[in-house]
Design a protein around this ligand. Structure first.
Ligand SMILES: [Zn+2]
Length: 134
């Protein structure tokens, strides 16, 4: 779903940062900002920003066109286990499919999502890029 400019401004913190909810009751961590812990129901939660560094657990190639796909199909999409222990799904950029391997270290990067908005707005969001070690 495409967001209007006012809608985007309301949710932009979640577009530009990887926020983790930490429960003050059970101590478990959950991806994204949540008012209530999904594990125990407590509203005693705190928010911390992820370092954005993690390990790619698995990935696949997606051919389905979404609003954010633009002309980039197929996209590489992966499950990333962040250093804080929570998992997040994100697009993998900056690497060819034949170069990509599971268990590589990845880091969050800010990249363009959409640019064909009728208002001329360019939307950015978080994607993941392998950290090259060679
Ligand atoms: Zn909890």
């Amino acid at each position: 779903m495409k967001l209007s400019v006012p809608q985007f401004w309301r949710v932009k913190e979640n577009q530009y940062k990887l926020i983790i909810t930490v429960c003050g009751e059970c101590g478990r961590k959950t991806m994204f900002k949540r008012p209530v812990c999904p594990h125990c129901g407590s509203s005693k939660v705190e928010y911390v920003e992820s370092t954005g560094v993690g390990v790619l657990e698995s990935f696949t190639k997606v051919y389905y066109k979404t609003n954010s796909s633009e002309d980039r199909l197929p996209e590489l999409v992966g499950v990333i286990r962040l250093s804080e222990g929570v998992r997040v799904i994100g697009e993998i950029v900056g690497v060819r499919e034949d170069e990509l391997r599971e268990d590589v270290k990845v880091e969050a990067v800010l990249r363009r999502y959409l640019s064909d908005d009728p208002y001329g707005v360019i939307y950015y969001g978080i994607k993941f890029k392998p950290v090259l070690t060679h």
